[in-house]
Design a protein around this ligand. Structure first.
Ligand SMILES: [Zn+2]
Length: 119
């Protein structure tokens, strides 16, 4: 129980240091997904899944199956880890493509207004 608890405390400490998700310049919503790296792990079927011990932020651990490999007798799975600051932002600085389009349409409409008034 001892080492588990300190691992958890370590994770909490990391969580507080993590970068905040970026905010969309148009609607103000937070966006971006954690840019996670996947580490494949393998362990003897007689033992529990080994905990992640690196210095990245653990997002998720998962076992592929409960059935041991017929040759090695091992189980395998993955730790998904995050560096605590990198996000996937395909439409930066907007949250979504839809939001970027909405911004573009409004900007276009605004740009047309002076011309209309002059006419
Ligand atoms: Zn947005």
């Amino acid at each position: 129980m001892g080492p588990r608890k300190s691992d958890f405390t370590e994770q909490l400490k990391r969580a507080r240091q993590m970068s905040k998700r970026p905010k969309c310049v148009h609607c103000g919503q937070s966006y971006g997904q954690r840019d996670v790296t996947t580490i494949r792990i393998e362990w003897p079927a007689t033992q529990p899944m080994p905990p992640y011990k690196g210095n990245m932020v653990l997002s998720k651990s998962e076992a592929a199956t409960n059935i041991p490999h017929s040759v090695t007798g091992n189980l395998f799975g993955w730790h998904h880890v995050w560096d605590g600051e990198t996000f996937v932002k395909p439409y930066e600085p907007f949250c979504t493509l839809r939001c970027a389009l909405d911004y573009a349409r409004r900007a276009y409409a605004r740009s047309r207004q002076p011309a209309l008034r002059r006419a």
